[in-house]
Design a protein around this ligand. Structure first.
Ligand SMILES: [Zn+2]
Length: 250
């Protein structure tokens, strides 16, 4: 039996348990996802109230339990307050945190996923909203997440024949581009303009600081449909926060 342990973590999700307790899902750099009960965390005077808010990055002291671990202490490293106070940020962060929460099993280390979520939060927190590209940030997060959960996608060549030009389809099932002649072999082939795969290849190479250089607007509906379909296919159900996210865009 493990003894108590201390870990940094980001709050992915929290929901009430009983009268005053909260169940918290954290993503940690070394331990993967941790699910814990924070006793009395909904009481106004609880020391755990602030550190169990969504998207808080904190340092937590936990005790292993039979089904859920128990959170006994926490200290805020970065509160990321803006991500809860602005509806656009809240929608994006809720969606991305939900993807991470649902894609990761408990206690399976995923340092790359932790780093990715923290990079997204840091980016959104780094500058006034007018200087950021929220749509590009969401697209970049979703592309890299796919790669970090194990899909080795090369957006530059056809999955079947390796062709690099005229990639007019994308395989939702296999997560990669297809040329027209190979598209018949894949029942999940989605028709896209070739520039869509080019943009998807380029975005990760720009990274967070230069994200806004790429103007995705023209291709955005296709990119979003492609990523939505991919996550729907592989997650099997649509994240609960999708509707909220899209209602803010319209
Ligand atoms: Zn091909």
């Amino acid at each position: 039996m493990r003894t108590s342990y201390k870990t940094p973590g980001i709050v992915l999700r929290r929901y009430p348990l009983g009268e005053a307790d909260t169940i918290v899902h954290l993503i940690t750099p070394e331990l993967g996802k941790v699910e814990a009960v924070a006793k009395g965390a909904r009481r106004i005077k609880s020391r755990l109230l602030a550190v169990t808010q969504p998207f808080v990055y904190g340092e937590y002291l936990l005790f292993p339990g039979r089904s859920l671990d128990k959170m006994s202490q926490g200290a805020i490293i970065t509160a990321y307050r803006r991500l809860r106070e602005d509806l656009d940020y809240f929608a994006i962060c809720s969606y991305c945190a939900e993807l991470v929460d649902r894609l990761l099993p408990v206690a399976e280390p995923a340092p790359g996923v932790f780093a990715l979520l923290k990079e997204l939060f840091d980016y959104l927190h780094s500058a006034p909203k007018s200087e950021l590209s929220l749509v590009n940030a969401l697209a970049l997060f979703r592309i890299i997440l796919v790669q970090r959960i194990g899909y080795q996608i090369d957006f530059t060549r056809c999955l079947y024949c390796g062709r690099i030009a005229d990639l007019e389809f994308f395989s939702i099932k296999q997560g990669g581009p297809l040329c027209k002649s190979c598209s018949g072999q894949d029942e999940t082939a989605l028709s896209v303009r070739p520039a869509v795969c080019q943009a998807l290849a380029k975005l990760p190479s720009l990274g967070w600081p230069k994200l806004g250089i790429l103007k995705l607007e023209t291709y955005l509906p296709e990119i979003e449909k492609l990523l939505d379909d991919f996550y729907l296919y592989h997650l099997e159900i649509e994240p609960r926060s999708t509707e909220f996210l899209y209602s803010l865009r319209s």
